[in-house]
Every structure is written in C-alpha cells, then in structure tokens.
Design a protein around this ligand. Structure first.
Ligand code: SF4
Length: 156
C-alpha cells in the first residue's frame, strides 16, 4: 500500500464545521404528536428504517432535553399556544420540522379550527409533504435538515 494514499473520509478541519458535523449527527427529537402522522414517525423510529443511522434515535419527552421539534399532525387553534410554549422551552440551537401536510399547510382541514401552517405559531426549518409522508420522505427531511445545520454558523 502506497504511503501517500489519503483515506477518503471527510474530516472537518475547522472548528465551526466540526461543531456543525457533531450537531447534525446528535439530534434529540421531541415528537409533538397531535394526529395520525405520529404513526409514521413511530415507523421511522423503529428498527426497519433505523433513525439511529442519522444520529436522531432517542426521542426526548421533555423539550428542555431536545433540539429538534418534530410536529407530527394537525395544529389546531387550541394546541398552537402549547406548541409555542414547547418551542420556547427548548434550548438553543434548535430546529423544527413540520412533518406532513397538516403541519405544513393545514392538510385537508381548511377550516376555522385548524392553523393553516405550523409556521404561523413558530419558525419551521423543514417541511415534509405527504398525508401521511412515507418514512423515506421523513428520512429525506431529516437529511435536508442535517445539510442545513452543517451550513449554519456554529461560532457562537
Ligand atoms: S397529514 Fe394526513 S396523515 Fe398526517 S396528520 Fe394530517 S390527516 Fe393525518
């Protein structure tokens, strides 16, 4: 084996890039489940789809221990203030994924009781379409968020 061969592993060489790499592969999920999309999250978190491959295996059941808020389901007018409180309890840096049509744009419920997008209550980083989204679409959303995290400024 030639001594001058360099392994093809991508190793971050700058501190902020290394922090971004560590953060994107150590996501602690708070599943905010209000409706049927929660079933798809459970499917993704199970062994078959193996969310652990993306460093997001362990759901937290306190927002104070989580940095990724996964909104799974309908956000109605009564639950929106609760969603806001949960979001505010999370520590920085934090990210939000709207999982499914309901969380992204109200889904099939175009009526007075349903908030027509979770981003009317809190900031959202990634929207995953589908009613419900396939597990592969959810994994794609997680990877999109990871790419976004890697590009963010982690110098603070
Ligand atoms: S997007 Fe569809 S599957 Fe998901 S919570 Fe809304 S109605 Fe249920």
């Amino acid at each position: 084996m030639a001594l001058n061969r360099v392994p093809s592993i991508a190793i971050p060489t700058k501190l902020h890039a290394a922090i971004g790499w560590a953060r994107k592969f150590s996501l602690f999920v708070y599943p905010f489940v209000t409706a049927c999309c929660g079933m798809e999250y459970m499917s993704v978190a199970s062994g078959h789809y193996d969310l652990d491959r993306f460093g997001a295996a362990l759901p937290r059941f306190s927002p104070r221990q989580a940095d990724l808020l996964l909104i799974c389901g309908t956000v109605n007018q009564k639950i929106a203030p609760v969603l806001r409180i949960v979001y505010e309890q999370m520590c920085e840096p934090k990210w939000v994924i709207a999982l499914g049509a309901c969380a992204s744009c109200g889904g099939p419920y175009d009526n007075y009781a349903v908030v027509q997008s979770a981003d009317l209550a809190i900031p959202v980083d990634v929207y995953i379409p589908g009613c419900p989204p396939r597990p592969e679409a959810i994994l794609d959303g997680i990877m999109s968020l990871q790419a976004k995290i890697q590009k963010q400024d982690h110098t603070y």
